[in-house]
Write a protein that binds this ligand. Structure first.
Ligand code: VG1
Ligand code: CO
Length: 543
């Protein structure tokens, strides 16, 4: 029996209330006892049965390996007898979710998602429950409370686990099963999509580029796209996970996935481009010189769901986060499907998925997913698109413009102001709330306001309420302006402004979104006095 030590520590109470895990600068996680304190709090609140299996894996960023070893030693000291971990300590977030559902009672995911990594970047840790999804707010608030009162943690004195060696490693008190991180996930994808049709597509000369951004999806995309689906070698770029993501910002958007965007908008552009984020749960989809907004992507997947074998019998319903455009609502209406509007963050979809009320869900922030796991899933969305392209025999652009012709187009843009001083960001929100600057009946940018509120969600499954989820200005013509503060930033505050306007067509469907939304964007900035209050004349990122 290895020695179990009770190590004294000072309490840390750093978790933002309501967030699904802890995301901080790597330097903060390297503060003595900091990681251990949080892990002890997680293990205390999770209170796993001794026979239960704990799944552990991360996105390969700096500290992933060391943290994995620490968690295993702490699991052993806390009476957990079986742990399953991805080889090298790696698992994408959706693959971890799948493994938890297959063989675990819960899991610890090491990632700060799309935030940069490395010694000067960010690190993160979160707990997923037995359904494979991010733990609910009640759990995470309990963890934050526990972390703030802990004065010691338990850790076993045991040898390092050979994380690179697949197989079962037995120690005195704990069995550690090291698995290939890709195999089970790839099998799940084969069960959902028409691999034969996609293979034929590639065999017919269809050209694709997948940018793994030196993050976790490299090994997954290489195995699935190049090996199982026969896409030519080199289809996957930046495919080796690196501790600092090659110095990049592993966020698949038009700003950060620049290699991919340059190629897809260049002269000999391939037919299809896609990228995923640090931990593999996000996706960006591009056609030849054509960008698909994530909100449209969700709507298009819903409208075409039955083309994929995994959804051939139809879908139960759909859900989108509040700031996501209402494009999917129109599809739901046409298909006579239930449609839910939830606060930002995947945990709200979990209850609806568990209850069988929805099959597909998504967010404007490049996240789409389904009932196959309880996280959003980047590569899944990419394979779904490939399946639809293969069956319909149309280009990405044809599929999207055809969709607009049928359903109309929700023009959409998001402005992000990153690292704004917290008090300035708070004052923007406070002013909007207090002074009630937007009133029903008032006209902004030629549009009449129908309602203005602070979004609150009543969970139809567990009856819990989540209030203050974003300020909304809703216009009579269906346009919307939304203001929200990010819950995932690690420095200062990130202010997000979401702007949407609907055009039914048949005219006016092919405008540039920034041009189509110009007046509404200006109005959104004016109403919130963003330049005056934040000193920012331009956003950090426009999507
Ligand atoms: C952002 C996105 C949100 C997403 C969250 C986690 O949150 O806007 O839609 O669910 O990141 O995604 P926020 O609070 O910063 O707006 V990930 O890929 O970091 O798990
Ligand atoms: Co992510």
């Amino acid at each position: 029996m290895p020695l179990v030590r009770d190590v004294p520590t000072t309490p840390f109470s750093d978790q933002k209330p309501g967030t699904s895990g802890l995301r901080k600068r790597t330097t903060v996680f390297r503060t003595p006892h900091y990681l251990e304190n949080f892990v002890q709090a997680l293990l205390d609140v999770a209170a796993l049965d001794a026979k239960a299996t704990l799944i552990i894996g991360g996105d390969g960023r700096f500290l992933n390996r060391e943290a994995t070893q620490v968690i295993i030693r702490m699991a052993a000291a806390n009476g957990i007898t079986r742990v399953m971990v991805g080889q090298g300590g790696l698992l994408s977030t959706p693959a971890a979710s799948h493994l938890i559902r297959l063989s675990g009672a819960g899991g610890i995911i090491l990632s700060a998602s799309h935030n940069p990594g490395g010694p000067d970047g960010d690190f993160g840790i979160k707990y997923n429950a037995a359904n494979g999804g991010p733990a609910p707010e009640s759990f995470t608030n309990e963890v934050a409370k526990r972390a703030a009162e802990l004065t010691s943690y338990r850790i076993a004195d045991m040898a390092d686990v050979p994380l690179d060696t697949i197989g079962t490693h037995t120690f005195d008190d704990i069995t550690v099963v090291v698995v290939d991180p890709v195999t089970e996930y790839a099998t799940l994808m084969e069960s959902l999509f028409d691999f034969a049709a996609i293979r034929a597509l590639f065999a017919g000369g269809f050209r694709m580029r997948f940018d793994a951004m030196h993050a976790i999806t490299g090994p997954y995309a290489t195995e699935i796209l190049e090996r199982r689906l026969g896409a030519p070698a080199g289809t996957v770029i930046n495919g080796t996970p690196l501790p600092d993501f090659g110095g990049g910002h592993p966020d698949p958007n038009l700003t950060y996935a620049h290699d991919l965007v340059e190629e897809l908008f260049g002269t000999s552009a391939p037919d299809f481009g896609a990228a995923s984020d640090g931990d593999g749960d996000r996706n960006m989809v591009l056609g030849t010189r054509f960008f698909v907004t994530p909100s449209d992507s969700l709507a298009i997947l819903a409208a075409n769901a039955t083309l994929a074998p995994g959804y051939a019998t139809g879908i139960a319903g759909v859900a989108r986060s509040m700031p996501t455009s209402a494009a999917v609502d129109r599809v739901a209406k046409e298909m006579n499907l239930p449609c839910f509007e939830t606060p930002t963050g995947w945990k709200f979809f979990g209850n609806l998925l568990d209850a069988g009320r929805i099959t597909l869900c998504g967010e404007e922030s490049f996240g789409t997913g389904s009932s196959h796991v309880r996280e959003k899933d980047g590569l899944w969305a990419v394979l779904f698109w490939l399946n639809i392209i293969a069956v319909r025999g149309e280009s990405v652009e044809q599929i999207v413009t055809g969709h607009w012709t049928k359903f109309g187009r929700n023009y959409y843009t998001r402005y992000d102001y990153e690292e704004v001083p917290s008090d300035a960001a708070a004052s923007v929100m406070q002013q909007l709330r207090d002074e009630q600057v937007s009133q029903p009946g008032q006209t902004i940018a030629g549009r009449k306001i129908a309602a203005a509120d602070d979004f609150s969600y009543l969970d139809p499954i567990d009856g819990s309420t989540s209030a203050h989820q974003g300020l909304r200005i809703l216009f009579e013509d269906g346009s919307r302006i939304i203001y929200r503060l990010s819950g995932t930033g690690t420095a200062g505050a990130t202010l997000r402004v979401y702007i949407e306007s609907y055009v039914a067509g048949p005219d006016g469907l092919d405008r540039d979104p920034q041009d189509a939304l110009k007046d509404l964007v200006q109005a959104a900035l004016d109403v919130a006095q963003i330049p005056q209050r934040t000193g920012r004349t331009a956003p950090t990122v426009i999507t």
